[in-house]
Write a protein that binds this ligand. Structure first.
Ligand SMILES: Cc1cc2nc3c(=O)[nH]c(=O)nc-3n(C[C@H](O)[C@H](O)[C@H](O)COP(=O)(O)OP(=O)(O)OC[C@H]3O[C@@H](n4cnc5c(N)ncnc54)[C@H](O)[C@@H]3O)c2cc1C
Length: 464
C-alpha cells in the first residue's frame, strides 16, 4: 500500500488503530486453520461509520478487505487471501440494548460470545449457541460462520437466534436487515443470507439476538462404551426414542486419552468411546428424560453410566469436552480438524467409514464432536513436514468429504468453507449451486473486494 493510502486509513481510524509493521502483519496472517497470508495493513474499527468509510475507500482504491473477529475460525475465513487490509472488529464490544421483556439483546459484532450470558442471566435468560470457542470467538464471527455448539441438538445454532443486524455493504452503504418482532416477512429473509456468509457479502457491526429462559434443572451423565459402534448406535437410539437431550457429545478413545494427558477431567482411559449427555428443562421432565436416555444407552455395548451428582462434577466433564481440541493439538505437531456432518441415523455408518479411512491410509484420527446433531469432528493428527504422511492425509480428508456426501450429509456442519474446503464445495452443491453463489456475490460486491478468494472462485474477470 502507498504512504498516501496508509494516511487515508489513519484519517479514518486514527494512527493507533492502523498497523503496518511486519510483526503485526504476521500476527494477523492466520486463524485456527493452516493457511497463512500476510495483509498489508490491519485496522481496528470502533464505529459503524468507520467501517462504512473504509469500504468506500477500499472501493475507490480497489483494495481487498478481510473482516476478522477473533481469528478462531477453522476454515481460513479471516486469512487475507488477496492481502490488502484486515478489518478487526474485536474493539466493537458494546451492549447496545438489553430488552428482557422481548427476550432480546442487541450487541456490537465484536463482543465475545460468552459476555452475553452474565447480562442475560440478570433476567433469568441465556443465549443458547455455545461453540467450543465461546470464551473467545465474537458474535460477528459466529453469525458469519453460523456457529453451532454443544447445545445445538436441542437449541439449534446461531441462525436460530439472529433477529436483526446492522450491516455495512461492500461499497459502504449502511443497512438494517431483519426486525425485532417474533414474526417478520416484509421482503426477502435478508438477515438469513448474511448468516453463514463468511464475510463475503457485508460487514455486520450490530446484531440483535433472541434469548431464552434459563432451564430450571439440568441432569448430566457420562455413558462409557466398549465400542465406537455402540456409542454411535446409542445416539441414533436416543433420538429415535423421542428424547432430545440438550447436549450429546461424543469422544473416542484417542480423544479421551489426549484430554486426560492434557488435564485430568475424570474420563475413563480404557473406554472405547464416551457420550457426554445432558437433559434440561422443568426438574421432573429433565430427570425422566435422563432415565429414558439410560434405558437406550444400556442396549448398546455399554460399560458404565455415571451421573454427575454435583455441579462441580458436571463442570469437570464439560471441561474435558471443551479442551478436546487443545488436547488433541498437543499429541502431534499438527492437526486438521474437520466437521463433516450426517443425519443422526447415519452416524454409525459414518464412524465406521472414518475408522476405515484411518486404516486404509494409516492415519491417526481422533473423533469427537456434537454427535447428537450428527456433527462429528474427525481430527487428523500428523506432522505436516512429513510429505508422505501429508499426502496420505490429503487423500483421507478427500475421502471423508465424499463419504459425508455419499451418506447425504454435508462437508461442513459449522466451520464453514473458507479456503480449507473450497475445492470440495462443488461436489456438495454442484456447478449450478456455485453459479448461484457467484451471482449473489457479484450483486453485493461487483469488484470482488470483500474477502475475495473464499468459499468459491469468481470468474477470472471478476477477481480483485
Ligand atoms: C478451540 C476451538 C473450538 C471451536 N469450537 C467451535 C464449535 O463448537 N462450533 C463452531 O461452530 N465453531 C467452533 N470453532 C470455530 C470458530 O470459533 C467459529 O467459527 C467462530 O464463529 C469464529 O469466530 P471469530 O470471532 O473467531 O471469527 P473469525 O475467525 O475472525 O472469522 C470467521 C469468519 O467470519 C468473518 N467475520 C468475522 N467478523 C465478521 C463481521 N463482523 N462481519 C462479517 N464477517 C465477519 C470473517 O471474515 C471470517 O470469514 C472453534 C474454534 C476453536 C479454535
Amino acid at each position: 500500500m502507498t504512504k498516501n493510502q496508509i494516511q487515508q486509513l489513519q484519517a479514518i481510524f486514527s494512527s493507533q488503530n492502523v498497523l503496518t509493521e511486519i510483526e503485526d502483519m504476521i500476527a494477523y496472517s492466520y486463524d485456527a486453520s493452516h493457511v497463512e497470508i500476510r495483509p498489508e495493513a490491519v485496522v481496528f474499527a470502533t464505529t459503524t461509520e468507520q467501517v462504512s468509510q473504509l469500504m468506500k475507500f477500499a472501493y475507490r482504491e480497489k483494495i481487498p478487505v478481510t473482516p476478522r473477529g477473533q481469528g478462531s475460525g477453522l476454515s481460513g475465513g479471516s486469512v487475507p487471501f488477496k492481502k490488502g487490509i484486515v478489518l478487526c472488529m474485536d474493539k466493537m464490544k458494546r451492549i447496545i440494548d438489553f430488552d428482557p421483556a422481548n427476550r432480546l439483546i442487541t450487541v456490537e459484532a465484536g463482543l465475545t460470545t460468552s459476555d452475553i450470558d452474565p447480562i442475560a442471566a440478570k433476567a433469568n435468560l441465556f443465549y443458547p449457541p455455545d461453540p467450543g470457542s465461546v470464551t473467545f470467538s465474537t458474535i460477528g464471527g459466529n453469525v458469519a460462520e453460523n456457529a453451532g455448539g454443544l447445545r445445538g441438538l436441542k437449541y439449534g445454532v446461531t441462525k436460530d437466534y439472529v433477529k436483526m443486524m446492522k450491516v455495512v455493504l461492500p461499497q459502504g452503504e449502511i443497512v438494517i436487515l431483519g426486525n425485532k418482532c417474533v414474526k417478520h416477512v416484509a421482503g426477502f429473509n435478508m438477515e438469513g443470507i448474511f448468516v453463514g456468509s463468511e464475510g463475503l457479502l457485508g460487514i455486520m457491526t450490530e446484531v440483535t439476538l433472541a434469548l431464552l429462559p434459563i432451564p430450571e434443572h439440568r441432569e448430566s451423565a457420562l455413558a462409557i462404551f466398549n465400542s465406537l459402534d455402540g456409542a454411535a448406535q446409542a445416539v441414533s437410539d436416543i433420538i429415535a426414542s423421542g428424547v432430545t437431550p440438550s447436549t450429546m457429545e461424543f469422544m473416542d478413545n484417542a480423544t479421551i486419552n489426549a484430554i486426560q494427558n492434557f488435564k485430568d477431567c475424570g474420563l475413563p482411559r480404557d473406554g472405547a468411546a464416551v457420550l457426554l449427555i445432558e437433559t434440561d428443562g422443568e426438574k421432573n421432565s429433565a430427570i425422566a428424560e435422563m432415565a429414558k436416555v439410560e434405558q437406550q444407552v444400556k442396549k448398546n455395548d455399554i460399560r458404565d453410566f455415571v451421573r454427575a451428582k454435583t455441579s462441580t462434577e458436571r463442570d469437570r466433564l464439560f471441561e474435558g469436552r471443551r479442551v478436546a481440541l487443545n488436547a488433541l493439538a498437543s499429541v502431534r505437531p499438527n492437526l486438521i480438524l474437520e466437521d463433516a456432518t450426517v443425519m443422526r441415523s447415519k452416524l454409525p455408518e459414518m464412524v465406521r467409514g472414518i475408522t476405515r479411512i484411518a486404516e486404509k491410509y494409516q492415519l491417526q484420527i481422533g473423533i469427537f464432536g456434537h454427535a447428537g446433531d450428527g456433527n462429528l469432528h474427525p481430527t487428523f493428527l500428523l506432522d505436516m513436514r512429513d510429505k508422505d504422511e501429508m499426502a496420505r492425509t490429503e487423500k483421507g480428508v478427500a475421502e471423508l468429504f465424499q463419504l459425508a456426501i455419499d451418506l447425504e450429509g454435508t462437508i461442513s456442519g459449522e466451520h464453514g468453507i473458507g479456503l480449507e474446503k473450497k475445492p470440495f464445495l462443488q461436489n456438495q452443491i454442484g456447478s449450478e449451486g456455485i453459479r448461484l453463489l457467484q451471482n449473489i456475490k457479484r450483486t453485493f460486491d461487483p469488484l470482488n473486494l470483500l474477502n475475495p478468494g473464499k468459499m468459491f472462485d469468481m470468474p477470472a474477470e471478476q477477481t480483485a
